[in-house]
Design a binder for this molecule. Structure first.
Ligand SMILES: [Zn+2]
Length: 365
């Protein structure tokens, strides 16, 4: 492996794995003092959107040097330094001027924290809290940063309220939205944000980061990197929770079973997935990601690209499906799974989305 070809950060202490183009763009904005008031970071699940937003918030508030001083960038390494109190506390979510807002963030109107945990949408109360905070001067940092995670889950009135802030942002406020794609955010919002697209990270870059920064043995790092399908967040989560690897294997077995099953069993599966989505949204979305991987593997086998398949341990069952299904079957099932994923991400009805997917998944004769 050539180090020059890898995609791991070397300038500044960015925690983001891969996506050097996005880091370079954000670094450049800081150096040229042309940081926008609003950004929209898009990319697949667990690719590192939130991590990049936190990195950017650290870079904007890093105390290692006075960024406003002319010519500083010639003398100093790129922020974030990763050493100062601001860098450290922002990384630990313990900095008054950097806030991460999710649907589960407690609002000033919530009587008990449990209410927030049960919410699935980003409501207007969260945006109103943001607005009353945004008009205050930064408390301890250089600027205030609000990270709205999964902005695609904003309710229409929340989006309307946020629009007013984006139209006239306070001078020392930066708002970073994350979403799987710009199309899932209202056009009026997306058009006022500087769009930064994150892409799937090459497995070599993920493996290298696991080895260098997390002391993972090489063979394990390479396996995890391959399984992560370009999502470093999944690899890091699996490192801390090996049950995710088993869950992934069980998910593959279940999906192969569903492709072989008749319609009543498929609707049972759709019902279970709807329940799972309500219980643990991310886990249900991971299952859809597995569907796409399995379908991709079948397509690879149909094209005799056996060396590229992800679920090598299921090659016999997958080859059998590759023989029995047509390439059109796989293309239709893939777009159906993608539609289901998009519907779930933009507050569609989960039961309808899963039922439609079951109807459009080809049957094996
Ligand atoms: Zn710093």
């Amino acid at each position: 492996m050539l180090t020059a070809s890898t995609d791991v950060g070397s300038s500044g202490q960015w925690q983001t794995i891969g996506n050097r183009a996005a880091i370079t763009l954000l670094n450049g904005a800081i150096k040229q003092q042309r940081v926008s008031h609003a950004y929209l970071f898009t990319g697949p699940n667990r690719v590192g959107k939130r991590t990049l937003a936190i990195d950017f918030a650290r870079a904007l508030n890093c105390n290692a040097q006075d960024i406003a001083a002319p010519g500083w960038s010639d003398l100093q390494p790129d922020p974030p330094c990763g050493q100062c109190s601001a860098c450290d506390r922002i990384a630990r979510s313990n900095f008054a001027d950097v806030q991460i807002i999710t649907s589960a963030t407690q609002t000033s109107k919530d009587a008990d924290p449990q209410a927030a945990q049960r919410r699935t949408m980003l409501g207007i109360d969260l945006i109103k809290d943001l607005q009353s905070d945004a008009i205050l001067e930064p408390y301890e940092g250089r600027v205030k940063v609000f990270i709205i995670d999964e902005a695609n889950r904003m309710s229409p009135d929340a989006a309307n309220a946020l629009l007013k802030t984006l139209e006239e942002p306070p001078s020392s406020v930066h708002i970073i939205l994350t979403a799987p794609s710009a199309e899932l955010v209202p056009e009026t919002i997306a058009s006022r944000c500087h769009l930064v697209r994150l892409r799937s990270v090459p497995p070599e870059a993920i493996a290298e980061a696991l080895i260098e920064h997390h002391s993972v043995p090489q063979a394990e790092a390479q396996t995890l990197a391959k399984m992560s399908m370009g999502a470093p967040g999944w690899a890091l989560a699996a490192l801390n929770d090996p049950s995710l690897i088993d869950a992934r294997k069980q998910s593959a077995s279940r999906i192969i079973g569903v492709i072989r099953a008749d319609l009543p069993d498929r609707f049972d599966y759709a019902f279970e997935m709807t329940r799972e989505f309500r219980r643990d949204r991310m886990s249900a979305l991971d299952e859809i990601a597995r569907w796409l991987e399995i379908l991709r593997d079948i397509a690879m086998l149909q094209n005799e690209l056996n060396q590229h398949i992800v679920f090598g341990d299921r090659i016999e069952e997958l080859s059998d499906l590759a023989n029995k299904l047509t390439t059109e079957d796989i293309a239709r099932a893939t777009s159906s799974a993608q539609n289901t994923r998009d519907a779930l991400m933009s507050n569609g009805y989960p039961q309808l989305a899963f039922d439609a997917m079951m109807l459009e998944t080809p049957t094996v004769a």
